[in-house]
Design a protein around this ligand. Sequence first.
Ligand code: ATP
Ligand code: MG
Length: 554
Amino acid sequence: MEQETVSKNFIEQMIDQDLAEGVYENVCTRFPPEPNGYLHIGHAKSILLNYGIARKYNGTFNMRFDDTNPTKERVEFVESIKEDIQWLGADWGDRLYFASDYFEKMYEAAVSLIKKGKAYVCDLSADEIRAYRGTLTEPGKESPYRDRSVEENLRLFEAMKNGQVADGEKVLRAKIDMASSNMNMRDPVLYRVAHMNHHNTGDDWCIYPMYDFAHPLEDAFEGVTHSICTLEFEDHRPLYDWVVREVGFAHPPRQIEFAKLYLTNVVTGKRYIKKLVEEGIVDGWDDPRLVSIAALRRRGFTPESIRMFIELCGVSKAQSSVDYAMLEYCLREDLKLKSERMMAVLDPIKLIIDNYPEGQTEELEVANNLENEALGSRTVTFGRELYIEREDFMEVPPRKYFRLFPGNEVRLMQAYFVRCESFVKDENGRVTEVHCTYDPETKCGSGFTGRKVKGTIHWVAAKDAVQAEVRLYENIVDEEKGVYNEDGSLNINPDSLTVKQAYLEPALAQAEPYDSFQFVRNGYYCVDAKDSREGRPVFNRIVSLKSSFKLPKA
Ligand code: ATP
Ligand code: MG
């Protein structure tokens, strides 16, 4: 017999049991976003979980917009959500649905409840309904309209539908139990009147179903078997079950809850992000410092890295926060072998090789990724004048500093050994040039086996280097102080963006939006899709090379 090697999460165990007991014959899951904002990394968890389960069980995956509340929904969000989900690799095929397409069927379902004596039209105001609801310790009070006849309810509900009732004047409520220990079961509102234009159905409807009524129906209409949602809906499950049972579905879906994904020191709340956007602190919902899917994509995260991250996070019932560094770890793992390793100097100073013939250059053959031969090689120009990183030279080196300082010899990556002979400062005492001599015998790959050097530094030739804007990001909130102030405002990190004018290898000028590279000794960088121009890329640092992050033991 084949050994079970992969451990299953609790949702899969429940599904296995349902299939074994014959509750369902196949598996159908869905992702049901409300098109009222952009998706973020938390949604990615829900998307990949639902899609992954459908795949694993050879089932189906539905993409459904839960667009039953016209107040906050916009077409712009429908498009961005589709783009994000496609990018993540969740393929819904031809199974794209809109909850608003079911308004007629939902209305019929409500009518059927009225006919069964399970729903009634109530004239109490919103405030009165709240007051009648009772508290966690006290039972609620029944509405004086609770015992209306079926005929009267049918007539009134139709009047609501036909636009003869003003907003807030009447609602349709389920008739369940005002004394239930679960507040959600105390005659919840199923339909409200709202004379509003809907992005899909226009002015066809002036009554709209409430989430707790609409959602189970949407699932049931589509033949969803496992309706996977987050923990805050656990208390709503009895109502979910009530709706699908009373409306009379033969194979009602089953709701299963899991814990939301939270990242430490990261802002995901729509309210907060909206504020950051409106106050101009960030450059839109896709600012690379945010964790919306669009922002992560723009920053340079890959779908593979996000899938790996979600996989590592696992699925559980316990609320917890995951370190952002784990997401960065996944990105490094993904790009390590995939990306070309290029030389880029972010904080340049000039290095001049005094004994290298003036006017001469040579082309050096350089591997694109030493760990992955398949990425091939390229040539880089070497010459008398180069740029190196300012921090790779020190006038007075501290202990264990093996890079350039007067008298010291280092290797120029992929090229020659150079010895620092002198340097030039400007009137402010700032170093402007480092002068060296090179040893032609030490050419990389020449088989030179003489003396050794301890430091290797990268460089680009001044002759053909291209200048480009490079953006370094830090967390948008101040990690030391915590995400929120006492008054609930955000603790903004003033240094979350640093812009550099860097010198790059000329090949990088041709990079296309979303292309990513390793800048050797530094980090992973991606071409910004919004601000780059043909031949003039802008680079975003996705993540630096080094980290103290260790993968938690399973
Ligand atoms: P809102 O705060 O406006 O309700 P939302 O983030 O819940 O926003 P929805 O469009 O309702 O947005 O979410 C779609 C799905 O994504 C839901 O099934 C929800 O449970 C799930 N989801 C939302 N946030 C997370 C998260 N942090 N982790 C995992 N799943 C999430
Ligand atoms: Mg929600």
